[in-house]
Design a protein around this ligand. Structure first.
Ligand SMILES: Cc1cc2nc3c(=O)[nH]c(=O)nc-3n(C[C@H](O)[C@H](O)[C@H](O)COP(=O)(O)O)c2cc1C
Length: 287
């Protein structure tokens, strides 16, 4: 097995959105480790992502870095931005999730926030470049053991503890035939890790079709909020790609992500093609 920065299955299963934190900032040592990890992050879409570690609760111009009460106690945050480009949001989702998993393995709490934060105060603190997309932030800190009633409410509203079944997410050859773990063979693990990934409002917009030697990734649109001029669910697809890729690497399954001209698969309504994983070795049984 390839040596990874953290054990994939254990870390994916340990990660949860943490909305209540102990009121203690990150130590200088923790910050240094996080900075170093961020500096070494790459993504298979070859898009540059900028990360910003924000200390304290107040931005440069004295404005409070607020989360409308969704997050309590955190004094450190991370934000990320990307130029508006092909696969940019997917790349950001990939790298941000890899950081989230690393922080989880360090014992720290995180919570992807794409909606419930004061976007303009954070944007000012990050000194964004004109035109860059700034889809998400996350608090980073020690989780509070005793959670608020609010946290349970937020989990209940998004049905955060459940995930869609394989039969609703993964297909064989085309969208009419569901894929079973047996048919996915060696890739069953990578797909299962993808299935457990977090997504905006827990909508799990990823759909994957297994072909001969390839996995095609699609987005099933279910959030129609175009307020900020981008589609947050493309970030979710990047998160899914991260889980899939890290799991494939851990199991020594080589391959690469590419965007094909046309994967030649008939699309259901509200479903768009995004990218494909081309495996270097024979994949699961042909179904
Ligand atoms: C791109 C993205 C945006 C999110 N935005 C918010 C948000 O604005 N507020 C919030 O409380 N949770 C947000 N979440 C957290 C999701 O609700 C959560 O990941 C999902 O319900 C699954 O729960 P889990 O992360 O505990 O597994 C977001 C998650 C993702 C991936």
């Amino acid at each position: 097995m390839m040596k990874m920065d953290f054990p994939i299955e254990e870390t994916v299963k340990m990660r949860r959105s943490v909305r209540s934190y102990q009121e203690c900032p990150l130590s200088p040592d923790e910050k240094q480790r996080i900075d170093r990890y961020i500096a070494g992050l790459t993504n298979p879409f070859s898009v540059d992502i900028s990360f910003y570690l924000l200390e304290g609760k107040v931005s440069a111009d004295g404005e409070k870095l607020g989360t409308y009460g969704f997050i309590k106690g955190a004094s450190d945050f991370v934000g990320a931005s990307v130029a508006r480009c092909e696969l940019g949001l997917e790349a950001l989702g990939y790298s941000f999730e890899q950081l989230v998993l690393y922080l989880t393995a360090m014992g720290l709490g995180t919570c992807w926030l794409g909606g419930t934060f004061d976007r303009s105060a954070f944007a000012a603190a990050m000194k964004l470049k004109e035109g860059d997309l700034f889809p998400v932030i996350s608090p980073i800190g020690q989780p509070l053991e005793k959670k608020r009633v609010f946290d349970s409410m937020a989990r209940w509203v998004a049905k955060s503890d459940s995930r869609l079944a394989w039969s609703s997410l993964f297909y064989c050859q085309d969208f009419s035939r569901p894929l079973t773990p047996e048919q996915a063979g060696d890739y069953a693990f990578a797909l299962e890790m993808l299935r457990l990934a977090p997504s905006a409002s827990n909508k799990q917009p990823w759909r994957v079709v297994q072909g001969q030697g390839v996995y095609h990734f699609f987005e099933a649109h279910s959030i129609k909020d175009g307020r900020h001029g981008f589609d947050i669910q493309r970030t979710d697809l990047g998160i899914g790609a991260c889980h899939f890729h890290l799991a494939a690497m851990e199991r020594d399954l080589p391959g690469r992500f590419v965007k094909l001209e046309d994967p030649g698969i008939q699309l259901p309504e509200q479903v768009d093609y995004l990218f494909s994983w081309i495996g270097k070795e024979t994949l699961g049984t042909i179904c």
